[in-house]
Design a binder for this molecule. Structure first.
Ligand code: SAH
Length: 366
């Protein structure tokens, strides 16, 4: 569905914005702040994302450093990034859950419908269902997934949903101790403690044996991974023969055959977003497809779902501008506030067709 189509976000944004129009003045203020704040930050940023793209290159490549020095530098950068991600989600997950519930991902919307406030949570569930359908995950009793890994699990919303839907055993990993603990507590409260479990672990070095899972699920965590080849390699390693791998992630636009890289102003915008959301360099959907092909995975499919997620960021921004949202935001510290201030930049990226909301799926050969 929709592979290679261009995005048209403008038609959705007003619908979501209309529902929150009272927040416009504060919105306008928020829209302006990032320009100032992120200009400064991108000048001083050291570890997060060099160049805004190109993360599928082997670590350290092209830096001009000797290989051992380069390897050490990359290791340090990765540790700094991991610490930042853990602290970011430790600090912001409570606020998110309060306002948005237990799914920390975009919603999937009908591009032609007017969006009402109450639609956002069901749109997040729709995202899970659409992803499963796109990947053609079997539903019948015999072939449906019995074991699932949720890579970058947040507070475990997908794990609990998939455990209920398939009766599967789910294991989630996250870098954030606060998220892992909250995910487990919610599972216990919902009577799912024997079905799902969560731990703090690195997606690039997963604590699982080879070929363990029938469904490998990564919902909006890939953008945080500093080494995309290693990330995809780990997803493929833990997948059982015949397993489905689903990656839903933020990408930059595919390059045209005549282009070697993104334009400077595009890189600059992505760099600003990297600093706020603890992201390393971005890659394109085509880069993911190439990586999956290089591992001989089958039934590789990719699609641009940007137009289906268009109402999401305006809605998140507006929810941060309710009194409850605003006060919680101020209480949850600078990292979370900086993330909130980057929301208009995400909207700008989508509008400029630079940021793509991508789904990439495949199957491990039997
Ligand atoms: N998939 C969840 C959460 C998305 S937020 C949901 O849809 O609700 C991104 C998640 O990726 C966070 O939980 C973060 O801790 C996790 N993450 C980022 N980098 C990671 C890494 N290297 N290893 C494990 N988890 C990671």
């Amino acid at each position: 569905m929709m592979a290679g189509t261009s995005t048209n976000t403008s038609m959705n944004v007003p619908a979501a914005s209309r529902a929150f129009s009272w927040a416009t003045p504060i919105s306008a203020l928020l829209m302006r702040l990032p320009c100032v704040l992120f200009r400064r930050q991108s000048e001083t940023r050291g570890v997060l994302a060099s160049g805004g793209e190109g993360s599928i290159k082997p670590s350290g490549m092209g830096t001009g450093r000797t290989s051992s020095t380069a390897a050490r530098a990359v290791l340090t950068e990765d540790r700094v990034l991991q610490k930042g991600i853990a602290e970011f989600y430790d600090a912001s997950s409570g606020l998110w859950e309060d306002i948005w519930g237990d799914h920390m991902h975009h919603g999937f919307y009908d591009p032609n419908a007017t969006v009402s406030v109450s639609d956002h949570r069901s749109a997040q569930i729709r995202m899970i269902e659409e992803a499963l359908q796109f990947a053609a995950v079997p539903e019948d009793q015999m072939r449906r997934p019995k074991s699932v890994v949720d890579v970058g699990c947040g507070i475990g919303g997908s794990s609990r949903y998939l455990a209920r839907k398939y009766g599967a055993q789910c294991q989630g990993i996250t870098l954030s101790p606060v998220q892992a603990q909250r995910a487990q507590a919610l599972a216990a409260a919902q009577g799912l403690a024997d079905k799902v479990s969560f731990q703090v672990a690195d997606a690039l070095n997963q604590p699982f044996s080879d070929a363990q899972f029938d469904l490998v699920w990564s919902m909006e965590s890939g953008e945080h991974m500093p080494d995309k080849a290693k990330f995809v390699g780990e997803l493929a390693r833990v997948a059982a023969p015949g397993a489905t791998i689903i990656i839903v992630t933020w990408c930059h636009r595919d390059l045209s055959p005549s282009e070697e890289s993104l334009r400077p102003e595009e890189k600059e915008l992505l760099n600003k977003i990297c600093g706020a959301f603890y992201l390393p360099a971005w890659c394109s959907t085509a880069d993911y497809v190439n990586l999956l092909q290089s591992l001989s995975l089958q039934d590789i499919k990719a699609s641009d779902w940007s137009e289906y997620v268009a109402p999401f960021w305006p809605a998140v921004m507006s929810s941060a501008l309710t009194w409850k949202g605003f006060i919680s935001l101020m209480r949850s510290g600078w990292k979370t506030i900086r993330g909130a201030l980057a929301m208009p930049l995400m909207m700008e990226g989508y509008k400029k067709d630079l940021i793509k909301f991508a789904i990439i799926t495949c199957r491990k050969p039997e």
